[in-house]
Design a binder for this molecule. Structure first.
Ligand SMILES: [Zn+2]
Length: 106
């Protein structure tokens, strides 16, 4: 259940020591910009994965820093506890529109 600190500019992620919490702001050692603190379910794309990082940036900037989104109604058939995050930009736009009430506004 760790967190990761992620620099969207350098496209790097580091595991966060639990003792560092709950500090929310870390400057990047390389570029000095503020890093995002993302939960453990965030899987960083490969450094060369341009589209993957664009997607991460898009989600974070729109209030979805990979928090858990619970389905609105739980049906008996559904074992889905959390709605999965989109894997491309087109799905991400639909996702953000659909769950905008869950967006975290900074
Ligand atoms: Zn950086």
């Amino acid at each position: 259940m760790g967190h990761k600190k992620v620099c969207l500019s350098c496209r790097e992620s580091f595991n966060l020591d639990p003792s560092d919490m709950p500090v929310q702001a870390y400057p990047c050692a390389k570029c000095g910009k503020w890093m995002c603190v993302l939960p453990h379910q965030f899987r960083p794309p490969r450094k060369t994965d341009e589209k993957g990082w664009k997607l991460v940036e898009f989600l974070v900037n729109n209030g979805f820093p990979f928090q858990h989104i619970e389905p609105k109604e739980t049906s008996n058939h559904s074992r889905v506890k959390f709605i999965p995050y989109p894997s491309n930009l087109r799905d991400a736009k639909v996702f953000i529109e659909k769950h905008k009430d869950k967006a975290i506004n900074k």
